[in-house]
Design a binder for this molecule. Sequence first.
Ligand code: AMP
Length: 192
Amino acid sequence: MNLILIGPPGAGKGTQAKILEEIYGLKQLSTGDMLRAEIAAGTDLGKKAKAIMDAGNLVSDDIMVGMIESRIEQADCAKGVIFDGFPRTVEQAKALDAMLGKKGKPVKAVIEFVADEETLVERLKSRIAQTIAAGQEVRGDDNEETFRKRLGVYRAQTARILPYYEDKGLLKKVDGMMPIDFVSQEIKVMLK
Ligand code: AMP
């Protein structure tokens, strides 16, 4: 089973992806985490991506599609994937459909996390304060200005994917502002 989680930054996609991994034996692929791993490893791709990410913009479709295309061929993806943060543009969505179609394993559901932007900004601020209090490093794109930019990019580019999947009858919505357990329960019911 392949699932796609779509929602603005901080809406809880990553948290739910980890819960769904356990329940269904799927593999979470977070393209944000994959890019941060490239940055940490100091690769050319990581160097290129860092400036784009720190500005709150999207890395190019070619890079992202290539990254996912090779990753889903690995053995740990055989039972299915939870796409967390991919696709983020209609071009990426079309490329993913083609890839999964070729494998005969299409997307089962696309789950949209509906969230209130100002609440997300408040949550971000408390997350930053907690990270600093714990003596940990704050992500380069986790500051209010860049976060607001990321919210705008979500609205302008990523949200355009929603009608694409709605037309295919795959789109389901959850209230990302609800408690974690409640959201997981809703998703479980949707996938029955
Ligand atoms: P995330 O951790 O999913 O919020 O992603 C952090 C940043 O990585 C985003 O703001 C983008 O700059 C970049 N990124 C992650 N996934 C994608 C994608 N599918 N397409 C383009 N850029 C991406």
